[in-house]
Ligand binder design. Structure first.
Ligand SMILES: O=C(O)CCC(=O)C(=O)O
Ligand SMILES: [Fe+2]
Length: 299
């Protein structure tokens, strides 16, 4: 699931400068998509690398990938030129968009020592979840570009195959998870992700978001749930941990997760975050992708 960029492709990409992207509402425009594709398609081995990426995300047994863009980040810095290349790779998978109208296309996930430690940019354990879990149409893919890992050595990324975890549960638990008995968080001012979904079933194979295991372990502590439904959700959380893989994102690593297949999270950052200057703290950039109809990524 780790994909290296062939060195001749790296060399060509370092010489290439993609134009700024344009947005149509919260989505990257078709003309930016076409322009990036045309530019990148002429670089050596780009098409095969993009195909490898798509296969890792949507092929048999796949569901996430880490594209290793570290050499490009080193050569270009983590500024606009590098972000345009990362956006170009993302656009080979699906359409980049921002569900948050007030945020730029790439949203910072830094370190906030005063925030709820279990939430995005908090310093604690970020339990298994899907992003925008309480939207009727969550992003098909969530992507995280690592600008800087935790210099103190914490913050392993965790991934788990959601459907494999569900398959290990008892039929009783699965029946409970299919009830519209779950809720999480608030919902306001979001674009491109449908309506608020509350309450929702965790297993909803038939709805507009068919195929999602609509789950966040954060609901176990932060939402009011009935006893039996909470127990089933806790079993699912435990199975996700049992099946997890973990790895450290390095500078320039680009993690892409197919939210219809895998759930993600992050181990706690190392203690001592408050002693670091903001410019040294871990920094990721987040981007979401919407699959088009019939491109196979919804499978
Ligand atoms: O910090 C991380 O590695 C993951 C963050 C995350 O999953 C989120 O903000 O939704
Ligand atoms: Fe997340």
């Amino acid at each position: 699931m780790f994909i290296d960029i062939p060195s001749e492709l790296e060399a060509a990409l370092i010489d290439r400068s993609l134009p700024p992207w344009e947005l149509d509402g919260s989505f990257l425009t078709q003309s930016t998509m076409a322009r990036y594709r045309t530019e990148l398609a002429t670089t050596p081995r780009f098409e095969e690398t993009a195909a490898t990426l798509r296969r890792a995300l949507t092929g048999e047994g796949g569901g996430y990938a880490v594209l290793r863009l570290g050499n490009l980040a080193k050569a270009l810095g983590a500024g606009d030129r590098f972000l345009r290349l990362a956006t170009g790779f993302a656009a080979e998978v699906a359409v980049p968009f921002s569900p948050f109208p007030r945020w730029p296309l790439w949203k910072d996930i830094g370190v906030k020592v005063d925030k709820d430690p279990g939430k995005s940019s908090g310093i604690g354990y970020n339990a298994f979840h899907m992003d925008l879990v309480n939207a009727s149409l969550p992003p098909d893919f969530t992507t995280l570009l690592c600008v800087r890992p935790d210099p103190l050595g914490g913050g392993l990324s965790i991934l788990s195959d959601a459907h494999a975890a569900v398959a290990r549960l008892s039929e009783d638990s699965r029946r409970l998870l299919a009830d519209s008995a779950y809720n999480y968080g608030t919902f306001f001012d979001l674009f491109g992700v449908g309506e608020e979904y509350r309450p929702f079933p965790i297993l909803d194979g038939s709805g507009p978001g068919g195929g999602f295991v609509r789950f966040t372990a954060k609901m176990l502590e932060r939402s009011q749930l009935g006893q039996a439904h909470a127990d089933a959700a806790r079993e699912l959380a435990a199975e996700l941990v049992r099946g997890q893989v973990s790895f450290m994102l390095q500078s320039g690593d680009y993690l892409i997760v197919n939210q219809r297949r895998f759930l993600h999270g992050r181990e706690a950052l190392h203690s001592g975050q408050e002693t670091l200057a903001a410019s040294d703290q871990r920094l990721l950039l987040q981007l979401f992708l919407r699959a088009g109809a019939g491109d196979g990524s919804a499978a």
